[in-house]
Structures are given as C-alpha cells and as structure tokens.
Design a protein around this ligand. Structure first.
Ligand SMILES: C[S@@+](CC[C@H](N)C(=O)[O-])C[C@H]1O[C@@H](n2cnc3c(N)ncnc32)[C@H](O)[C@@H]1O
Length: 413
C-alpha cells in the first residue's frame, strides 16, 4: 500500500495538526502546519481519522528536535517537535478558533505569556506503576493507550521528582508490594519537602505504610518525605496543600497567572469578592489583601479544611462556603459581592452556576480556565447574560503539551 502523504494546514486542540486528503480530514500527530509528512493511520478519535508522522518530507521552519527520548511514545507531551515560540503561537490560534466557534472574538491584543525556561516546571506528577522483569517501575501511559511506558527521566518535571522515582520503586520492590496503581509526588517549591501518595488497584490492602515511608526517606536523604501536607509559598503568603487537594502544577507560571488574574480583578478596599472553585484558597487569600473580604466556594472537604487553615495562617478575611458552586450560589444574596473570580475544572461551569452568576450580576467577572472550549462556551453564556469581554490573556502553564490556560475579564455592559 502506498504511504500516506499528508500536508497539515492548521493546528487542532489536542496537539495534532489537521490535514485534508481527498476531502477526508486527518488529525496528524507530531506534524506541524505547513509541513509535508509521511504518516501511518492509527484508527479514529471522536469520529476523525488519526495518523502519526513516520517521516518528515518538508519540515516547518518551526520544527525543533525533541530533547526527550520518550517523545513520540509517551502520552505526556505532544509539542516537543515545535520550537517554544511557535508552541505559543499555536496555542493562541487554538484559543482564537475555540472563541470563534462559540461566536466570540478573542481580543487581538491578548498576550500569550510563556516561560523563559519551559522545562522542569511541574512540581506535581502522577506516575503509573508497572511491574517488569526487574520489579516495579513508574512511568506514563503511552500515547492513546492504557499501557504504561516506564521512564527514567521526564524533562517537564522538577528534577527532585525525577530523582525520587527510583527510590519509591526500590522500596516497593524490597517490601514486595503487590497491586500498585500509581504514585503522586509533589515537591515544595521553596523547601525540601516531598509529598507522596501511593495508590493500589482496588481497595487499599493492609501494608506497612510507615516502614515504606521510612525506607523511602533513607533512600532520599536530601528530601523531607511528607505523607500528609506540604507548604506552598508566594508573595509572603504560606499555604498548606495535600495530595488530594488541587495545586497548580506549574509553580513559576502560577505566579504569572495569579498576577494577571488579580490585575483583572482590581479589587478596591471596599469591595467584596467571590472566589468560586477556590481549592485551598491561594487566590482567595491573595485577593483578600486588596479587598474588604472574600467568600470562597469549594466542594472538596479537604480543600475547604485547608482553605480555612490557610486563611488563618495568613490572617486573611476569607470565609469558606463548602459545597458545589451551582448549589451554594443560590444562597448568596444580591449586592453582597462586586467581583467574582472563578477557576473551574476542565468541564467548566454547570449551566445553573452561570445562571446564578448572571442573577447576582457582579460588576466584574474574572474567569480562569484550563480548557479553551468550555471557557469559550461559558463566556458566551455570560455575554448573553449581559456581560462584555474586556480583556483576555493566555498563560502557558503546560509547555511541551497541548494544554492551554486562559483568563478573561468580563464587565457588565
Ligand atoms: C482548577 S481548581 C482551582 C483551584 C484554585 N482556584 C487554585 O488556583 O488553586 C478547581 C477546584 O474546583 C473544585 N470543584 C470542582 N467542581 C466543583 C463544583 N461544582 N463546585 C465547587 N467546587 C468544585 C475542585 O475541587 C478544585 O479544587
């Protein structure tokens, strides 16, 4: 059979490039718009034919050598074959298209804030366990597969996380642990703490957890091995976080994101702010310094508990209301808050949450999102409810991958 020759013309959300061949649409991974590539069909995804590049016939001027030896096999990164400046361009194009599809125009002056050093940025990583001939190893799911690719290095994780992996594998092997599923590691950005959580397939068996932690600590003398909470610090503020609470995985860019979000919030001393999907309260506490007070809504009880603690540690005027945003907002009275900031998970807001926001009618809404399609969908809902998009920004929290973080400021029109 003749090889498939494709000429992608644009970028799709998800990291692949889009090509058309005889009217048929292909999603081509590891290809860039403007290239000519030889590709191999790899089934279908969401009804669209998928192919992987096997040879680049005419490379893009933006093609870069991928430094990671696992790139192409590992499901973690999709964009290492593009130079970093171009990755940022591609992300802006994807956001523009998502907004256009929803009927919105991304403000033309929307900045894309990238990293000076777009590597080793992740302070949290989740690694799948895999049993091989030499015992347990940790790695990532292969591209579009449930099988696990064991790894020795990962260039987007903090080096301390990479170095800790063999210690956890060694301790698991020495103690002959069975049924491991995955390992979550989070490092303290400014201290030597390493927070860990090991998960098993099915119900957690009885296992010598303390002995395991002691052995890992012996193997990692340069780190403080933590199994309960860790600290995250920024701007003179201190927060406690746990494995089961959300932390921004890119600490350096978190500061860029929060700076721009707070600038959009522009809280005045007499204003009260609502922080929705507040997590452990990092945004709430930071914004509380400028405002009369913050009401934080969050559904994860562990995050609420730590959020309340974090408010106390930082003497911040933050009140937590536990529960789901769409339900808790119903109990908020009109006129209590002048500004809302929200940072939902990828699925975005429930329609009921948007309806409640529109009912409350704050002057400004700052919407932070890690998924451009739901961001655009929800922004349109708010625009229909009487808001106008005033500013937007894209902050690259996830270099080398297709993931995109964007933030928009809306004002009541
Ligand atoms: C993307 S995180 C944002 C956390 C925080 N803003 C930060 O920057 O650390 C989303 C948070 O929303 C919470 N969450 C998800 N769905 C929710 C819902 N329907 N109602 C309330 N909280 C929700 C999650 O538990 C998580 O803490």
């Amino acid at each position: 059979m003749a090889p498939l020759i494709l000429k992608p013309t644009s970028q799709a959300h998800g990291g692949a490039a889009v090509a058309r061949d005889d009217g048929k649409v292909w999603l081509v991974s590891y290809a860039l718009p403007g290239e000519v590539v030889e590709a191999e069909p790899r089934g279908r995804q969401g009804g669209v034919a998928v192919a992987a590049t096997t040879r680049v016939i005419e490379p893009s001027p933006h093609r870069a050598p991928a430094p990671c030896p696992y790139f192409g096999a590992c499901g973690g990164c999709q964009l290492q074959h593009a130079d970093y400046a171009y990755q940022l361009d591609l992300k802006k194009q994807v956001v523009e298209e998502a907004w256009a599809r929803a009927g919105l125009r991304l403000p033309p002056d929307t900045p894309v804030l990238g990293m000076d050093e777009p590597w080793r940025y992740r302070i949290r990583g989740e690694f799948e366990a895999v049993a091989g001939a030499e015992g347990w190893r940790f790695g990532f799911h292969r591209m579009r597969s449930h099988s696990v690719l064991p790894i020795d290095s990962c260039l987007i994780h903090d080096l301390r996380i990479e170095r800790a992996l063999p210690a956890f594998a060694q301790a698991a092997n020495e103690m002959q642990l069975k049924g491991l599923q995955n390992l979550l590691l989070t490092v303290e950005p400014h201290a030597g703490g390493l927070l860990w959580r090991l998960r098993f397939h099915g119900r957690e068996p009885r296992w010598p957890r303390d002995e395991f932690a002691r052995r890992v600590a012996e193997l990692l003398p340069e780190l403080t091995v933590l199994d309960d909470t860790m600290s995250v610090e920024f701007w003179g503020l201190t927060f406690r976080a746990r494995s089961d609470t959300f932390v921004q995985t890119n600490y350096r860019q978190m500061l860029v994101l929060y700076r721009i979000a707070l600038d959009m919030v522009a809280a005045k001393p007499e204003e009260r702010v609502l922080d929705l999907y507040a997590g452990i309260g990092t945004i709430s506490v930071a914004v509380a310094r400028d405002a009369a007070g913050v009401t934080a809504i969050e559904e994860n009880p562990h995050a609420v508990q730590l959020g309340r603690l974090n408010a106390r540690i930082n003497s911040a005027r933050v009140d937590y209301l536990p529960g789901r945003v769409e339900a808790v907002l119903r109990g908020i009275r009109l006129g209590q808050h002048q500004v809302v900031i929200l940072d939902p998970p990828r699925a975005g807001c429930e329609p009921a949450a948007l309806a409640e926001l529109i009912r409350l009618g704050p002057d400004r809404i700052v919407y932070v999102s890690c998924e451009p399609s739901t961001h655009a969908r929800d922004l349109v809902g708010l625009v229909r409810g009487g808001y106008r998009v005033r500013r937007a920004a894209i902050v690259d929290m996830f270099p080398q991958t297709y993931h995109i973080e964007s933030v928009a400021l809306l004002e009541r029109s």
